[in-house]
Design a protein around this ligand. Structure first.
Ligand SMILES: [Zn+2]
Length: 70
């Protein structure tokens, strides 16, 4: 009986990852890869709310004031 091991590309390091029950970190190749990817996601989510208000302020600051009706 031949057991074929399915392999996928690890989203963490781009290397080969065993996609099987023997790999609890699938589709990642290892625990550090999984944790690193999760950390990147978390920090990115924390950064997004910070960036948006700054962008808004920049846009508002660059716009000329609306003409006043007279
Ligand atoms: Zn990896």
């Amino acid at each position: 009986m031949v057991t074929t091991t399915r392999k996928v590309k690890c989203p963490g390091c781009g290397g080969e990852s065993v996609y099987a029950a023997s790999n609890p970190y699938r589709p990642f190749c290892s625990g550090p890869c999984k944790n690193h990817d999760f950390g990147a996601w978390a920090s990115e989510q924390h950064r997004l709310p910070d960036d948006n208000p700054v962008d808004d302020f920049d846009i508002v600051g660059d716009l000329p004031p609306p003409p006043l009706p007279q």
